[in-house]
Design a protein around this ligand. Structure first.
Ligand code: UDP
Length: 341
């Protein structure tokens, strides 16, 4: 069975390819244009899994080039569509770039799905679709507030596009997975997040500070009305996110009764504060992190974490890694990156 992974050289895409190659007999075809990733990631996947797969350098905004991948592989059974831009501050600065890339590539993938009759789709969504919610933990029924950034809005629109597409093509099935805060690296430490510029996200910022690439971590705000004054997030190991994709696609393929478009949260269900995350890193690495508590970051929500019952019930999924596993694997990866440079 052939599975098309878009954005397969990216952070979550590459971990999902590893999970597929290690746990299924599916054939992987990856498409990426390396806009925010590197072809070298494929070498790492092959080292970890000792398996082969096909890959194409294609920009999904180019519908003709995208079609060629389907023409060369007319028997694809499922698509996992990761490929998208994902940096919130960048999306605020370059909204048109984000709308153009994230929306047009989704439309092109769906038109190919229809033209080449691919029955199953998994769409990468994000907890940012919830906006500033008043109710915690968030369930899939929690009403979506205004998207706080163009990035978040591309995910709200993306889910809606999938919804509308599936309504009129009801022989197809889709699942949108709303990721909370994916962090960490493969347990081997041989594959992980590869920020091409200074990271915005907490965990790569922590590991780069600890290794000396960055001077100091600033914790954005210590005066929130939380137990220790810092913001709360639901950090989830990237390999747990990856395993959920395999289960989701298996469900779509096997389960004929599955609803046409399901939306499912992927989080641990546990809120962790920024200070707790820093402490977990210090514990597993044995290193004291150089950090200061600074001003709040604009646009940050105080606290968000998932209710993950639906993922557990529908997919039979349970996250297995805790915050210390996440930090340890991210730290291993950062050290490996340093040694290979
Ligand atoms: N954060 C921080 N310092 C940093 C980066 C992030 O204190 O250099 C905090 C941020 O304010 C938020 C949490 O870490 O409370 C997670 O931020 P991240 O950007 O990783 O994910 P977000 O939840 O904002 O998408």
């Amino acid at each position: 069975m052939k599975i098309l992974i878009t954005g397969g050289a990216g952070y979550i895409g590459s971990h999902t390819i590893i999970e597929i190659l290690e746990n299924t007999d599916w054939e992987v075809i990856s498409v990426d244009n390396y806009a925010n990733s590197s072809e070298a990631t494929y070498k790492r996947i092959k080292e970890i899994t000792n398996k082969q797969f096909q890959y194409y350098n294609v920009d999904l905004k180019d519908v003709e080039a995208t079609k060629k991948v389907f023409e060369a592989n007319p028997d694809i059974s499922g698509i996992i569509h990761f490929a998208a831009f994902k940096a919130v501050p960048e999306s605020v600065a370059k909204p048109l770039t984000y709308y153009d890339n994230n929306i047009n590539s989704l439309i092109n993938i769906l038109s190919c799905q229809k033209e080449f009759n691919v029955p199953n789709l998994i769409f990468s969504s994000s907890c940012s679709v919830y906006g500033n919610v008043n109710e915690l933990p968030v369930t899939e029924e929690t009403l979506l507030e205004k998207a706080e950034s163009p990035y978040a809005y591309t995910k709200q629109i993306g889910e809606r596009i999938v919804d509308d597409f599936i309504i009129v093509n009801n022989n197809y099935k889709a699942i949108s997975l709303r990721y909370f805060n994916p962090v960490g690296a493969h347990k081997s430490g041989l594959n992980g997040e590869l920020p091409l510029t200074t990271p915005n996200n907490l965990v790569p910022y922590i590991t780069q500070t600890a290794i000396g690439k960055l001077k100091q971590l600033t914790i954005f705000g210590g005066d929130y009305p939380t137990a220790d004054g810092t913001c709360i997030r639901d950090y989830i190991h990237v390999s747990d996110i990856a395993s959920a994709h395999v289960l989701a696609l298996q469900k779509l393929i096997e389960n004929k009764d599955f609803q046409n478009h399901n939306i499912i949260n992927l989080g641990t269900g546990k809120g962790v504060s920024v200070l707790e995350a820093v402490k977990a890193f210090e514990k597993v690495s044995g290193k004291k992190l150089n950090y200061v508590i600074g001003k709040r970051r604009e646009g940050d929500v105080q606290a968000i974490y998932a209710n993950n019952q639906k993922a557990q019930q529908l997919l039979g999924w349970k996250p297995i890694y805790n915050i210390e596993d996440m930090m340890l694997s991210a730290w291993k990866w950062e050290q490996n990156l340093q040694n290979n440079l």
